[in-house]
Design a protein. Structure first.
Length: 234
């Protein structure tokens, strides 16, 4: 765990949670967070795996997780990333079905477990909280529909440009226009849905075209407008 990460108290957890869900009372917040339910997790730690029994869901206080499915020969397809304020695994927990995805830490994280019973109780008690969850689910389904369309209709070059724009929107840019998330080339390929070699080649092309600069894992966005045009992002 990086030194600038400190273990949160209940008030800090509630404050972070309230940025996403604004409609819970103090008593309802107290149902959610107990210190023993939170863990400091290192990069590479698996939170849950496909097929696991969904006993609850997980709130991300800090750090970054990837949510993915595993296909043929163990190849990952990254569905999305979860960062501070996000909840993962709640759909399987509510439907009482085995987890349909896996989740792994890619930047050291503080993650808090919320049991299915607690989560269900909050939904039953608070209609506004339920509505926020419905909106979140609809947003995720919309993103999944867009991804299916992109896979069918866009080239790998277009999809990589779009993924870089999505990462910029999700995690932002540092002052020097570098993406504020560091991914391996394999992880980028698992987002785009292609081979790692193809991503390496295309990143080199983007660099030669003056769209990005590369330093190790770090990617600097040089020409946002042109990159959006390549990715068909408007």
């Amino acid at each position: 765990m990086s030194q600038n990460q400190t273990f949160p108290n209940c008030d800090q957890l509630a404050e972070c949670f309230a940025r996403t869900f604004k409609h819970l009372s103090s008593d309802q917040m107290n149902l959610l967070f107990w210190e023993e339910q939170c863990e400091l997790l290192k990069r590479g730690k698996v939170i849950y795996a496909e097929g696991d029994s969904a006993r609850g869901c997980y709130f991300v206080y800090s750090g970054v997780l990837k949510v993915f499915k595993t296909g043929l020969e163990g190849k990952e397809q990254i569905i999305r990333f979860a960062k501070s304020g996000d909840i993962i695994g709640f759909r399987s927990a509510l439907s009482q079905e085995p987890a349909c995805t896996s989740s792994k830490v890619i930047e050291d994280a503080i993650v808090c477990f919320i049991s299915s019973d607690t989560f269900t109780k909050l939904i039953q008690q608070n209609p506004d909280f339920s509505l926020e969850l419905i909106k979140m689910t609809c947003k995720e389904l919309g993103q999944a529909n867009s991804y299916i369309t992109d896979i069918a209709q866009k080239s790998v070059r277009e999809r990589l440009a779009e993924v870089l724009m999505q990462l910029m929107e999700t995690f932002g840019l540092a002052q020097d226009n570098t993406l504020q998330i560091s991914l391996t080339r394999e992880e980028l390929a698992n987002m785009v849905g292609t081979a790692t070699e193809s991503v390496i080649r295309l990143l080199s092309e983007f660099k030669n075209d003056g769209l990005i600069e590369i330093k190790g894992r770090k990617i600097k966005i040089v020409d946002v407008r042109s990159l959006k045009r390549v990715g068909g992002v408007y």
